[in-house]
Design a binder for this molecule. Structure first.
Ligand SMILES: NC(=O)c1ccc[n+]([C@@H]2O[C@H](COP(=O)([O-])OP(=O)(O)OC[C@H]3O[C@@H](n4cnc5c(N)ncnc54)[C@H](OP(=O)(O)O)[C@@H]3O)[C@@H](O)[C@H]2O)c1
Length: 292
């Protein structure tokens, strides 16, 4: 049995699709099962509730061989460490108690960075907590999701601009969520791996945000520019959008670490990048969203 958390999310729904395609028994944890696609409701076992709830994970992990573990973002959280670890503690207990064999976790590149890295630091603490159970673990380690730009479709469409606190002239490693889902599904379907380790998943590009704007302009056939914000301006903009002070600070501190090169060492040593380039992703995903 394969268990998928966050099955309605960007990564989770694509993982679920692949596991269903493979015809393997799958169980999902969903707060609102009506948000699942019809074929998932027909063919997957559904445990209703949040994977933060100890009773829900105990029920969902019974008899599970493999688990996709993903802590959902909560921009209203007052404590970013407690958000990630609160979710993960109950899961670790259930992994132990139910004898889950393999866990594939969604985390970040840059664990060896050492310094404070905002929202990325609790993700690394989550990895340590899971590893402490002794379960076979693969930490899928990702840089900036290309899909983050979907939050800015309106500004791109109406003003020809996207905003970032990432240095406009510094290369930023990126990845498309479909490539993350492909690697996650492959690991969930494979019962032969063991031990604990990281699996970096990053796309083939070395683009700066300014370079991304150029690609966007070409793909959309209209000028798009990147507007760089200071870290303070970015943090305040996120707070104005309704995020908690702690989450907004976590985001700003994460960008500071990205500007300081948190992804660079692992990105440089990546032998086989994930297949989806930024231009391809813009054609397939961003352009239809902007033109919709
Ligand atoms: N964005 C990046 O650049 C980046 C980079 C590296 C790593 N990451 C990591 O990637 C993960 C996010 O993945 P994603 O983009 O696939 O997430 P997502 O699309 O935001 O999906 C998360 C799903 O979790 C569910 N959810 C939300 N709150 C919940 C709660 N309290 N209890 C149970 N379920 C809840 C939601 O489903 P329902 O609303 O249907 O319940 C939602 O569809 C995070 O852990 C983040 O740290 C992100």
């Amino acid at each position: 049995m394969i268990v998928v958390t966050a099955p309605t999310g960007q990564i989770g729904h694509q993982v679920l699709d692949r596991v269903l395609d493979a015809g393997r028994p799958v169980r999902v944890i969903a707060r609102d099962p009506s948000r699942l696609p019809a074929r998932a409701r027909d063919r997957a076992e559904v445990v209703r509730g949040s994977h933060q709830d100890p009773d829900v994970v105990a029920e969902a992990f019974a008899g599970a061989d493999s688990l996709l573990w993903l802590v959902p973002p909560n921009p209203h959280a007052d404590d970013i460490d407690e958000h990630y670890l609160g979710f993960t503690r109950a899961a670790c207990e259930a992994v132990r108690a139910q004898g889950v064999e393999r866990v594939v976790g969604v985390t970040s590149l840059g664990r060896a960075y050492g310094g404070h890295a905002g929202l990325l630091s609790p993700a690394f603490a989550m990895d340590s907590l899971i590893e402490g159970t002794g379960v076979h673990y693969r930490a899928l380690a990702m840089p900036y999701f290309m899909e983050n730009l979907l939050h800015q479709v309106e500004a791109i469409r109406s003003q020809g601009v996207f905003f970032t606190a990432n240095s406009a002239g510094r290369p930023l490693a990126t990845v498309a969520t479909r490539d993350i889902a492909a690697v996650a599904a492959e690991l969930l379907l494979d019962g032969s791996w063991s031990g604990q380790g990281a699996v970096p998943v990053a796309g083939p590009d070395e683009l700066t945000p300014d370079g991304m704007a150029e690609v966007l302009s070409e793909v959309l056939e209209r000028p798009v520019r990147c507007q760089e914000l200071s870290l303070d301006a970015y943090r305040m903009a996120m707070t104005r959008r309704g995020m908690s002070g702690a989450w907004a600070r976590g985001l700003a501190d994460m960008v500071a670490a990205q500007n300081d090169g948190i992804y660079d060492a692992e990105r440089r040593t990546l032998v086989t990048p994930a297949p989806t380039g930024f231009r391809q992703w813009c054609h397939d995903v961003l352009r239809p969203a902007v033109l919709a």
